[in-house]
Design a protein around this ligand. Structure first.
Ligand SMILES: C[S@@+](CC[C@H](N)C(=O)[O-])C[C@H]1O[C@@H](n2cnc3c(N)ncnc32)[C@H](O)[C@@H]1O
Length: 351
C-alpha cells in the first residue's frame, strides 16, 4: 500500500481532504432522497398544522415508527424540520411556502419533475455524454422536456423571480419606465407568468402579454388572479415558433427560454423579438449566461445547469459572445449585462 496518504498532518493530508470533498459531493444524493421521501409520504403536509411526534406521524401516514423517526431526524439534520426537545417535530415557518404544495414559491413541482424525469436522466448521464445530443443532420437537439413535465416545473422555479425582477425593474426604471408611463411587454414562454406578474405589480401602467401553450396558460391566469394583476395580463395561447406575437412592445422578455434553444433557434427567436418591438423597445434575456469570469457564482451555476440540461435532453448555457453574435444577426446590440442569483439579465436594444 502507498503510505503517502497516511503521512504526517495527523493522518489528514491533502489526499484525505480531497476524499472528504468528493465524498461530500457523493452524499449530496442523500438530500433529495430524504426530502422527496418526506414529500411522497406526506410528512410536510401533515406538519402544516401542529407539531407531531414520530409515532403520531407514523400512524397518520401509515409508516413504520422506527423508520419514520430516522427520516425525521435526517430532515432535522438538513434543518428542514425542528425537534422541540420532547421528540415533537415542526415545519419552520419560512419553509412552509416552498415545501407545501400551494405556496407561491412551492418547490413541490420541482420535486415531482425530479422524481418523474431527472433522477433517471442523471443516472444515464454517461450514456448521454457518449452519444451527445445531436440530431441526425448533425445539429444540436432542442430540449425535449414535454408539456406534462412543464406543468410540474414552471411553479417550481417561481422562487427565482423576485430578486431577478428587482434588478430588471431597476434597469427599466433607469431607462425611463415610470409608474405612470403606459408600457407593454411580451413574456415569451411565460410559464406561470411570475415575471410578468411581478413587473405588473411594480409598474401600474404596464400591460403584459404572456405567450405559452394551452396546458400551461391556466396556471398563469390563476396566478395573475392571485397576485391581483389579471386585468393587465393578456394570455396568448400559441406556439411561439409558428404564430404572430403582435407588435409594438416596449419589452420582449425571455426568462429561462434561451437555455432550451440550439444556436440556430436562439438567433431565430431574437429576430422574431426584434420584429415585435416598438421604436426604442428592449429585449431582456434572463438566463444562465456565461461570461469570461471563470470564478463567478453565476458561471459556476451555469456550468452545472448545462450538465443538467445535457442530462435531461438538450439545450445549454450559452456565452455572452454567442448572444452578441445572435443579437447582431437580428439587428440588435447588448446594452447591459446584470448579475442576479443563479442568472444574468442581458438587455439589448436596436443597433
Ligand atoms: C423553462 S419554462 C420557463 C417559464 C418562465 N419563463 C419562467 O422562467 O418561469 C419554458 C416555458 O416555455 C414554454 N414553451 C416552450 N416552447 C414553447 C413554444 N414553442 N410555444 C409556446 N411556449 C413554449 C413552456 O411551455 C414553458 O412554460
Amino acid at each position: 500500500m502507498d503510505p503517502a496518504p497516511l503521512e504526517d498532518r495527523g493522518g489528514g493530508g491533502p489526499e484525505i481532504g480531497a476524499a472528504h470533498r468528493v465524498y461530500e459531493h457523493l452524499i449530496s444524493l442523500w438530500a433529495p432522497g430524504v426530502i422527496e421521501a418526506a414529500h411522497d409520504l406526506g410528512v410536510f403536509v401533515e406538519l402544516a398544522g401542529e407539531p407531531r411526534s414520530g409515532a403520531e406521524l407514523a400512524r397518520a401516514l401509515d409508516a413504520d415508527p422506527r423508520a419514520m423517526s430516522v427520516l425525521l431526524d435526517a430532515l432535522c439534520a438538513y434543518d428542514l424540520l425542528v425537534e422541540d426537545g420532547n421528540a415533537r417535530y415542526a415545519l419552520p415557518a419560512e419553509l412552509r411556502e416552498c415545501l407545501l404544495p400551494d405556496g407561491l414559491f412551492s418547490l413541490v413541482g420541482k420535486i415531482e419533475y425530479d422524481r418523474t424525469l431527472a433522477w433517471r436522466a442523471w443516472r444515464n448521464l454517461a450514456d448521454t455524454v457518449r452519444a451527445g445530443t445531436r440530431v441526425e443532420d448533425g445539429s444540436d437537439a432542442p430540449n425535449q422536456i414535454g408539456e406534462t413535465e412543464y406543468r410540474s416545473l414552471v411553479h417550481g422555479i417561481n422562487f427565482w423571480a423576485p430578486p431577478i425582477v428587482n434588478v430588471l425593474a431597476g434597469a427599466l426604471a433607469e431607462r425611463g419606465w415610470t409608474p405612470r408611463r403606459p408600457v407593454s411587454l411580451v413574456d415569451v414562454g411565460c410559464g406561470s407568468g411570475i415575471y410578468s406578474h411581478l413587473l405588473l405589480r411594480r409598474f401600474p401602467a404596464l400591460t403584459a402579454t404572456g405567450i405559452d401553450v394551452r396546458r400551461i396558460m391556466p396556471l398563469a391566469l390563476a396566478q395573475a388572479d392571485r397576485l391581483g394583476v389579471a386585468d393587465r395580463f393578456r394570455p396568448a395561447v400559441m406556439d411561439f415558433w409558428s404564430e404572430d406575437w403582435g407588435l409594438g412592445y416596449d419589452l420582449a422578455l425571455f426568462v429561462n427560454i434561451f437555455h432550451l434553444q440550439t444556436p440556430a433557434s436562439a438567433e431565430e427567436l431574437l429576430r422574431r423579438a426584434a420584429k415585435s418591438l416598438a421604436g426604442g423597445g428592449l429585449v431582456a434575456v434572463v438566463d444562465q449566461i456565461v461570461t469570461g469570469d471563470a470564478h463567478s457564482a453565476q458561471n459556476r451555476f451555469s456550468r452545472l445547469f448545462a450538465a443538467s440540461m445535457l442530462a435531461t435532453g438538450g439545450g445549454g448555457a450559452y456565452r455572452t459572445e454567442d448572444y452578441d453574435r445572435w443579437l447582431d444577426g437580428a439587428g440588435l446590440t447588448r446594452v447591459a449585462l446584470l448579475d442576479t442569483p443563479m442568472h444574468r439579465v442581458l438587455l439589448a436594444g436596436p443597433r
